[in-house]
Write a protein that binds this ligand. Structure first.
Ligand SMILES: Cc1cc2nc3c(=O)[nH]c(=O)nc-3n(C[C@H](O)[C@H](O)[C@H](O)COP(=O)(O)O)c2cc1C
Length: 219
């Protein structure tokens, strides 16, 4: 077989990846975003206005955001649930709960950027952080401590915003929502760690955090 020049290799690889992208096998973001339902909701009531903002790869973190908002909505207040990419004005809110799925031991970059871009307002109002991850598939003290370290990148990037509380929740793993390449990598990693595919969100724990940690600060 003829040897390829470096230039030929680069061009051939780019064409191959381009072909896979057009087939839907590989998406630049790494996720099959078309099939994902991003939950957004409002409970329009009189009184103070709160935001539950989230960043998510596969959609399950939006369900956690909605569960937190549903608890807050039981009070006489307005609560919006929004995907971070759809938030245009944070200054209208009296308090914000911000959550992100974990990717590579950190909040997603979009969530960190959201805090950074809006720090002027966020440092003046009550703010809460949460995350979803698979480290908490097994809920041990060691894993809880590990999951708390996933907040470090945002705390380091925007130290001026000081959350009143930070909570880590177990998330979900759905291979059908990942593209071919990410699915292969995740399968191999998760099999080694003994994490099966499934939805590990504990809504009782999530609602209890909203009820006992978030509400007492806001009301
Ligand atoms: C590419 C990728 C990287 C991930 N990295 C981590 C990680 O470093 N630590 C962890 O505990 N969970 C990790 N997870 C698991 C996700 O944080 C978890 O599945 C989360 O619930 C996904 O939320 P989502 O459905 O809103 O995207 C990763 C998931 C994916 C797809």
């Amino acid at each position: 077989m003829e040897r390829m020049t470096r230039r030929q290799f680069v061009v051939t690889s780019a064409v191959a990846v381009g072909g896979l992208i057009s087939m839907g096998a590989v998406q630049p973001g790494g996720i099959m975003a078309d099939e994902i339902k991003w939950i957004e909701s409002d409970c329009k009531k009189e009184g103070k206005k709160y935001l539950v903002a989230y960043e998510s790869n596969c959609g399950s973190t939006s369900g956690v955001a909605k569960a937190i908002a549903d608890v807050m909505c039981e009070q006489e207040v307005a609560v919006d649930v929004r995907h971070i990419k759809n938030i245009t004005d944070v200054s209208i809110y009296d308090g914000v709960v911000i959550g992100s799925a974990v990717k590579s031991a950190s909040w997603c970059p979009e969530a960190i950027r959201f805090v950074k871009d809006n720090q002027g307002h966020l440092k003046r109002i009550p703010v809460f952080y949460f995350l979803t991850c698979l480290a908490l598939y097994t809920d041990t003290q060691k894993n809880r401590e590990l999951a708390q370290t996933y907040f470090n990148p945002v705390l380091k990037a925007v130290p001026e915003v000081k959350p009143r509380a930070m909570e880590a929740f177990a998330g979900a793993l759905d291979y059908s929502k990942l593209n071919m390449v990410v699915r292969m990598i995740m399968k191999s990693k998760m099999e080694k760690q003994g994490v099966p595919e499934g939805d590990f969100r504990d809504f009782q724990k999530i609602e209890s955090w909203a009820q006992n940690t978030v509400l007492p600060v806001l009301y």
